[in-house]
Ligand binder design. Structure first.
Ligand SMILES: *Cc1c(COP(=O)(O)O)cnc(C)c1O
Length: 312
C-alpha cells in the first residue's frame, strides 16, 4: 500500500520561561515546546523528517528505512511517525544489539531493527552500502542519517511561522533572535533560511567544534542560494557529544526546578546552560527577547543521565 501522509501541521506551544538569571539580566525568553507536539512524535526530528516523508509518498514508496544509534532521536521520530500514520519502518542500528529506552520504543512502535555492528555501520558511506537493503526492502524509501540536508532544513522553516503566530499571546511585539541546540545544524539552517537575515540564530553546539557543523550549515544555505550569514555558533558541548558533567547536571536540575521546563543533558540542557553563561557574561542587553527552541529528546533523558556515563 503506497504511503499516504495526512495533512498534519503540529503546533508547538510558545511559553514564557521564568528563571532568576534571566530576570536579573532583564532578558526575556520564550520556549517553543517541540517536545509537546504529539504524544508519540516529539521534537525537531519530525520537522526534519516531513520533507522526506512527502518525497517517499511522491515516489510511491510504502514506508521508510533509515539508520542511527541506540539512542537516536531521529530513528525514534521515524518509528513514531510510522506508528502514528500506519506505514512500515526499518532501522539499521550502530553496534551490537542492546536495550535502551529508545530501542524499547522503536520495537514498541513496530520498527524492524537490524544491528550492523560498528564496522558494518561505518560502511554506510560506501557506494554499495544500500544495495542489499534496497533488494531486501524494495518498497521502502531511504532517509539519510539524522534526516539532514536541505530537505530536512526546509521542514524546520515551519518553526518560524509557529512562533510568530504566538508572539502576540505573550505580549511580544517582536523578538531579537533565536537560541537552540545544534547537532548537525540542520534545524538551525532551516531557521536561518526562514529568517532571511531578519533575526539572528544562535546555535549552541552539542558536538565538538571540529565536527563540521559550520560546513554543513554553509552547504545547506548555499544549496538554497543563500549566503553564509544570519547565525552564530556557540561552544556548548562541554567536552564531547553526550558527555555529562556534574556542573551540567546540577545546573540542569536547578533550571528544571525553577522553571518547570523538562530538559535532557545531551542537547536542551547544554543549550540552556550555554545561554545562561552568555546572558551572565552580558552578551544581551536588558530588554532583549529571545526564542529558545526546545528540540525534544526527552525520551532519551533516563539513559543520558545514567550514572555510568557521568564524567567528573
Ligand atoms: C537531533 C537533535 C538536535 C540537533 O538537531 P540538528 O538539526 O541536527 O542540529 C537538537 N536537539 C535534540 C533533542 C535532537 O534530538
Amino acid at each position: 500500500m503506497p504511503l499516504v501522509i495526512p495533512q498534519w501541521a503540529p503546533r508547538a506551544p510558545l511559553e514564557a520561561l521564568r528563571l532568576p538569571w534571566l530576570a536579573r539580566a532583564g532578558v526575556e525568553v520564550a520556549v517553543l515546546r517541540l517536545d509537546l507536539i504529539d504524544p508519540l512524535v516529539s521534537g525537531n526530528k519530525w520537522f526534519k523528517l516531513v520533507g522526506h516523508l512527502h518525497e517517499a509518498a511522491a515516489l510511491g514508496a510504502e514506508g521508510l528505512i533509515s539508520l542511527g544509534g541506540a539512542h537516536s532521536n531521529h530513528l525514534h521520530a521515524l518509528a513514531a511517525a510510522g506508528r502514528r500514520f500506519g506505514f512500515p519502518t526499518v532501522g539499521l542500528l550502530r553496534g551490537h544489539e542492546q536495550e535502551t529506552p529508545t530501542v524499547a520504543d522503536l520495537r514498541a512502535f513496530g520498527m524492524q531493527l537490524h544491528w550492523l555492528g560498528y564496522g558494518g555501520y561505518r560502511a554506510r558511506h560506501r557506494a554499495d552500502f544500500w544495495t542489499p537493503w534496497r533488494e531486501r526492502y524494495p518498497h521502502l524509501h531511504t532517509v539519510p542519517e539524522g534526516g539532514g540536508g536541505l530537505l530536512g532544513a526546509r521542514g524546520c522553516a515551519a518553526l518560524l511561522e509557529m512562533a510568530q503566530a504566538q508572539l502576540a499571546s505573550l505580549g511580544w511585539p517582536d523578538y531579537h533572535g533565536w537560541w537552540l541546540a545544534a547537532g548537525t545544524g540542520t534545524t538551525l539552517a532551516g531557521l536561518v533560511l526562514a529568517e532571511r537575515g531578519a533575526h539572528p540564530v544562535h546555535g549552541a553546539l552539542a558536538v565538538p567544534a571540529d565536527h563540521g557543523v559550520a560546513g554543513q550549515v554553509r552547504e545547506i544555505l548555499g544549496q538554497a542560494g543563500q549566503g553564509d550569514q544570519g547565525y552564530r555558533l556557540v561552544e556548548a558541548c562541554r567536552g564531547g557529544f553526550a558527555k555529562v558533567d556534574a556542573e551540567l547536571l546540577a545546573s540542569m536540575r536547578d533550571m528544571e526546578d525553577e522553571s518547570g521546563l523538562p530538559l535532557e543533558p545531551v542537547y536542551t540542557g547544554k543549550a540552556l546552560l550555554a545561554l545562561r553563561r552568555s546572558v551572565e557574561a552580558g552578551d544581551f542587553v536588558a530588554g532583549t527577547r529571545l526564542l529558545f527552541v526546545h528540540t525534544g529528546g526527552l525520551q532519551g533523558r533516563t539513559a543520558a543521565l545514567d550514572p555510568m556515563r557521568i564524567c567528573p
